[in-house]
Design a protein around this ligand. Structure first.
Ligand code: Z5A
Ligand code: MG
Length: 215
């Protein structure tokens, strides 16, 4: 027989966002290791998830091997999140915290930077699970570009990254936690750990909610 003490606490949905090379993947890895070290159930996730059939189409597009119009690739990125929504929900409800490298905000920012309407871009994201914590790793496009030459993937160009930086500012709201991503790895890591622990502690009191419903 379960009583309330035995009901699993839900996990937190923690999302890291920011420009190319701001350090998202590095910090997601460090945060997951830190939380595992504390004995907390946690998994590292990333979007796009290039392992699915849709993810493979996205990957091919990013590597400039296939051409798609802007609307089509936008909807594929969104579908790539939708195909994972139920699994995410189950994991969160079972108490696993998910640390996610890019989410819907990347989807809208990148597509809006190509000139698509922001509200059109948001529409297919509505109803995905709303994050409990969005950390925006703030760095100028010029500073990020100094972190080694850009690779061969689409979007890895300074001019485009400047537009993406502008698009993120349109989405940014007061719930986001903005971190100076030009600081040292350790200083950033400490701030992220603190924010994550606070969120994991407080989020079980809040029900899971949906992204951008009512916008
Ligand atoms: N995209 C989209 O259009 N629509 C969508 O819905 C989604 C994505 C989800 C693939 O993303 C592309 O898809 C992406 C957006 C678009 N295109 N772009 N640009 P991705 O996530 O696969 O991209 P990535 O290859 O992982 O790169 P990244 O995410 O842009 O980089 P990062 O993860 O932020 O940075 P990092 O790999 O952790 O670090 C970069 C380098 O900087 C590395 O050498 C680190 O050692 C160094 N680094 C990190 N932190 C620091 C600090 N604090 N100081 C100094 N050096 C540092
Ligand atoms: Mg990355």
């Amino acid at each position: 027989m379960y009583n309330s003490e035995h009901v699993a606490r839900r996990g937190a949905l923690i999302v890291l966002e920011g420009l190319d090379r701001c350090g998202k993947t590095t910090q997601c890895g460090r945060l997951v290791s830190f939380l595992e070290g504390r004995g907390l159930p946690v998994e590292a996730w990333r979007f796009p998830d290039r392992n699915t059939a849709i993810g493979k189409m996205i990957s091919s597009y990013l590597m400039n091997n296939t051409q798609l119009d802007d609307q089509t690739i936008h909807l594929l990125f969104s579908a790539n999140r939708w195909e994972k929504r139920l699994l995410m929900e189950n994991k969160l409800r079972n108490g696993t915290t998910l640390v996610v490298d890019r989410y819907s905000y990347s989807g809208v920012s990148f597509s809006a930077s190509k000139g698509l309407d922001v509200n059109w871009c948001k529409a297919p994201e509505k109803g995905l699970i709303a994050p409990d914590l969005v950390i925006y790793m703030d760095i100028s496009p010029e500073e990020a570009a100094k972190r080694g030459s850009y690779g061969i993937e689409r979007y890895e160009q300074l001019d485009f990254q400047k537009k993406v930086a502008h698009s993120y500012q349109i989405l940014l709201d007061t719930t986001w936690k903005v971190i100076d991503a030009s600081l040292s790895l350790e200083l950033i890591e400490n701030q992220i750990q603190e924010l994550a622990l606070e969120t994991i502690e407080s989020c079980p009191k809040m029900p899971l909610s949906s992204l951008w419903i009512g916008d």
